[in-house]
Design a protein around this ligand. Structure first.
Ligand code: SF4
Length: 207
């Protein structure tokens, strides 16, 4: 996003613009100083998608994994981050620049998280109680909104629940953007990708 400082040290600040799936990964990483494999992959690719370069991404993970030595980090984790960016691996991986950030569709349907794993989509993979706790910590405590999210979840409209959260958290900015015609109708279509959530949130909060 133009004008944003996308660096390892600014991720805590940028996390206010993350969708719930990435907020949960971020919070878990800060709490445990660790994430399991799919969590690291989902989060690394999202960070790549917001514009964090490889060097900064390596700094981010190295400093986040506070409890391990440089040696362990270099042996067990560095390669996978570089691989995700297409810095190592076969020719095809290098040519394509590594993997693409995961869409909601992929996160919702592939590799459901098991015990102790923090990846996935909270709207789908959390119980309603845990989802409510996470929503409240993200600033969503309006009863009508929570009720709507519960209904979306029960009818498996997970995107709708996520967009409902987005609309609630950006209601003032969305109103202004619509009134002043800052965003086109296309730019206000339903969000179906975590990176789109971030981009739109950042732009709205920094109009
Ligand atoms: Fe993340 Fe998409 Fe789920 Fe929203 S709907 S929390 S962006 S996976």
């Amino acid at each position: 996003v133009e004008g944003a400082e996308i660096s390892a040290r600014n991720i805590d600040n940028l996390a206010q613009h993350f969708p719930l799936c990435m907020q949960h990964l971020h919070n878990t990483l800060r709490r445990d100083c660790h994430l399991k494999h799919y969590g690291r992959l989902q989060y690394t690719l999202f960070l790549k998608g917001i514009g964090l370069n490889l060097e900064e991404c390596l700094i981010f993970w190295r400093t986040a994994f506070k409890k391990i030595s440089d040696d362990t980090f270099n042996k067990e984790y560095r390669y996978n981050v570089r691989h995700a960016y297409g810095d190592v691996g076969g020719d095809a991986n290098r040519r394509s620049g590594g993997y693409s950030p995961f869409s909601c569709q992929k996160i919702l349907t592939e590799h459901a998280p098991g015990p102790g794993e923090a990846h996935g989509c909270p709207f789908r993979h959390f119980s309603m109680d845990n989802l409510t706790t996470l929503l409240r910590s993200a600033g969503v405590s309006d009863r009508a909104v929570l009720q709507g999210i519960q209904e979306d979840k029960e009818s498996q409209k997970y995107h709708m629940a996520c967009n409902r959260v987005f609309e609630y958290l950006h209601k003032t900015e969305l109103k202004r953007a619509k009134e002043e015609g800052i965003f086109t109708a296309v730019q206000l279509e339903t969000i179906v990708h975590p990176n789109e959530y971030f981009k739109r949130s950042y732009l709205l909060k920094n109009m």
